[in-house]
Design a protein. Structure first.
Ligand SMILES: Cc1cc2nc3c(=O)[nH]c(=O)nc-3n(C[C@H](O)[C@H](O)[C@H](O)COP(=O)(O)OP(=O)(O)OC[C@H]3O[C@@H](n4cnc5c(N)ncnc54)[C@H](O)[C@@H]3O)c2cc1C
Ligand code: FES
Length: 377
């Protein structure tokens, strides 16, 4: 690590604040957590005998659901999602672990439920998260068939659990190997670090990001661009400390030597690695036309971009270039505060690139109807 130990880096100290605390230090490894222990951590601390008594609840009859159909049920005041596939029933938590969307209104295919809001994906056989966004898994409940009835078996305690973090190992005390370095500080980098711990990797893990904050939920920026970064952090400082995942912020990697197994940072520091992961994400395509360098042109990628867009659009005529998800979500989030919004696209219909022309045309009609209704109000 050479000179990096002597330097101070900006890392997240606790949820809701950012401070200079230097590299996250090892404090020794605690016992590995089992799934049950983790679930217990996310449950209310007081539990009674009544809470841990198994309750059998008839949800429906076997033929009430068709194969591939999902339905949510309320059991002891909590929502449970029941899915039927190839004659088998699976019961999992009904609310997405990302921002709590009702999964029953999402899509089911091939053993997975996809969230209707931003597309997170969960296995119905395990409840495990299988696709971004969101990092945590759903609780999974037991079911059985009694006669013609589908029965849920769960304790009150189990029904209280809304999300579950997959079990992770700790870092070994006697780890002398060079770290795994992950370049990037987005969801992919974080998921990689967590997956290493989930798959029993006990060595040192260092994430290096050129941004000034720990990983945050980038997708929120088009839905609520004025959200401060401390409200959308993906994990708390405690989480990184507990799982011994170091994050170096303001650390842009400028070159990699695979011969020396080392990365060089913008300030010329060199750090050696045992394995290197590059998770540097994407960047917006910038304008190249005349006028592209004029004032008042913004790109949306970071919380700072979101804030400066929010601050500058008040009462103005706004043009958004691009009419797919990010452009249209941004239009929806700004519409209340601007004088007008015009979305411009090289294609004929909004969302055409991802959803095709017929759906894009239908979306345009829905948007026109909504605008007409807004104007009438
Ligand atoms: C406004 C917006 C809204 C979105 N909404 C959705 C949505 O609703 N649903 C959805 O599924 N997806 C959405 N996306 C896409 C989603 O955010 C990306 O798919 C996701 O962020 C990709 O994660 P990543 O970790 O691969 O990359 P990124 O999030 O791009 O993270 C890469 C990180 O690496 C850092 N980095 C790059 N180069 C270096 C370097 N040399 N040294 C150090 N650090 C470096 C970057 O600064 C960045 O922090 C949205 C994207 C945007 C911009
Ligand atoms: S609420 Fe489900 S993906 Fe965001």
């Amino acid at each position: 690590m050479g000179g990096r130990h002597s330097k101070s880096y900006r890392v997240v100290a606790e949820e809701g604040s950012i401070s200079d605390v230097g590299i996250i230090r090892r404090t020794g490894s605690g016992p590995d957590l089992t799934t049950q222990q983790q679930q217990q951590q996310q449950q209310p601390s007081q539990s009674s005998e009544e809470d841990s008594t198994m309750i059998s609840t008839v949800l429906c009859q076997v033929d009430d659901l068709k194969d591939g159909q999902m339905k949510d049920f309320t059991v002891e005041g909590k929502k449970v999602l029941l899915v039927k596939d190839e004659g088998q029933f699976h019961a999992i938590g009904a609310k997405c672990t990302h921002y709590g969307a009702n999964l029953a209104t999402g899509a089911y295919s091939n053993g997975r439920v996809r969230c209707p809001w931003h597309g997170a994906c969960f296995s119905v056989t395990t409840g495990d998260i299988e696709d971004f966004p969101g990092l945590d898994s759903l609780p999974k409940f037991q079911t059985k068939i009694e006669g013609n009835s589908v029965v849920l078996l769960a304790t009150k305690e189990e029904l209280e659990v809304v999300k579950r973090t997959k079990p992770m190992c700790s870092m070994a005390d006697d780890c002398h190997e060079a770290p795994v370095i992950i370049v990037g500080g987005g969801a992919a980098a974080l998921t990689c670090a967590e997956s290493l711990r989930q798959h029993s990797y006990q060595g040192n893990i260092i994430m290096m990001t050129q941004e000034s904050s720990a990983p945050y939920d980038r997708i929120k920026l088009s839905k609520a661009p004025d959200t401060p970064v401390d409200k959308i952090l993906l994990r708390t400082a405690d989480f990184y400390e507990k799982h011994k995942i170091q994050i170096l912020t303001n650390s842009q990697v400028t070159s990699v030597s695979v011969v020396d197994k080392a990365v060089t940072l913008a300030d010329q520091d060199t750090v050696h690695y045992s394995k290197l992961v590059i998770a540097t994400g994407g960047t917006p395509r910038t304008l190249t036309c005349p006028g592209a360098d004029l004032q008042g042109i913004h790109y949306l990628r970071t919380p700072q971009d979101g804030l400066s867009i929010s601050e500058s659009v008040q009462g103005r005529d706004v043009v958004i270039i691009g009419s797919s998800f990010i452009g249209m979500e941004l239009a929806a989030s700004l519409v209340a505060k601007v004088k007008s919004i015009t979305c411009v696209d090289a294609l004929t219909e909004p969302f055409q690139m991802v959803l095709g022309e017929p759906i894009g045309r239908a979306m345009r009609k829905v948007l026109a109807r909504d605008v007409a209704q807004t104007e009438r109000c």
